[in-house]
Design a protein around this ligand. Structure first.
Ligand SMILES: Nc1nc2c(ncn2[C@@H]2O[C@H](COP(=O)(O)OP(=O)(O)O)[C@@H](O)[C@H]2O)c(=O)[nH]1
Ligand SMILES: [Mg+2]
Length: 234
């Protein structure tokens, strides 16, 4: 089965070489970088991988348009080209590529969305967050899962995931409108509603060492409003 890793980038020049190199160590996958016209030379670094590997592809957008639309564009690109598995992985080295085979094994057990969770079995597998950041993530998860009836899941906002072609095909990707953490929640909600089997596997999340987070008040606000939009069908 052909595997596509979608790597969204916005100003990740300090991380992009390392993540691409580590991903290419898996000879069965291709990489699609979705770059939003980074201003720090990210794309120039990606270009050299495109030339030398033959397994790195790209979508370049004019301006920062958000993580959600970056993934939706990437999913459509990969569906058109016949890929069977689609990974979401952050470009800032927060997600350890050595977990990739565990996701694929879980898909082979019959799950069509596998989410890497930081919070399984009442543990917290996060390295490098302060208490405030952790509280925001835990509270956000508890809030969204309670309102949306998804309390069987421990980590709705995780951005380390694997979707099968079937899971994405059964969705209307054009309906997915949210962009930050809300995007991750919305995808679980819609996929669960479409009757697809979802599993979580434990991962460790490492806060980025280089570059800066793109999280903003706007992204948090969007996630707070999302459950109501989904419930009332707006
Ligand atoms: N293409 C694109 N990538 C983005 C955008 N916002 C964030 N990213 C990427 O998404 C990943 C996660 O973003 P990050 O800022 O680390 O979020 P955090 O881990 O929640 O702090 C990183 O690879 C970012 O470069 C965006 O608007 N467009
Ligand atoms: Mg990050």
């Amino acid at each position: 089965m052909r595997v596509l890793v979608i790597l969204p980038t916005y100003n990740e020049a300090e991380n992009v070489d390392r993540i691409i190199e580590r991903l290419l160590a898996y000879d069965y996958l291709d990489i699609l970088v979705v770059d939003d016209n980074s201003t720090d030379g990210t794309f120039e670094k990606v270009e050299s991988w495109i030339v030398k590997s033959g397994r790195v592809f790209f979508i370049r957008r004019d301006s920062k348009m958000g993580l959600g639309t970056a993934y939706v564009n990437g999913f459509k690109w990969g569906l058109d080209r016949g890929y069977g598995l689609f990974f979401e992985i952050d470009a800032d080295l927060s997600h350890d590529p050595s977990e990739i085979p565990n996701f694929i094994d879980k898909c082979k057990e019959g799950y069509d969305l596998v989410v890497g969770s930081r919070y399984m079995q009442n543990t917290i597998s996060v390295v490098g967050w302060d208490f405030k950041r952790l509280l925001l993530s835990k509270f956000g998860n508890a809030y969204a899962s309670a309102l949306l009836g998804l309390t069987q899941f421990t980590d709705l906002t995780s951005g380390y995931r694997c979707y099968t072609r079937k899971a994405l095909k059964e969705l209307n990707l054009d309906l997915v409108k949210s962009n930050g953490y809300a995007f991750q929640i919305e995808m679980v909600y819609r996929i669960h509603k479409s009757g697809t089997n979802i599993a979580e596997i434990p991962i460790i999340f490492y806060e980025r060492g280089e570059g800066s987070s793109k999280m903003s008040r706007k992204i948090v606000r969007e996630a707070v409003l999302l459950p109501f939009k989904l419930i009332f069908g707006k």
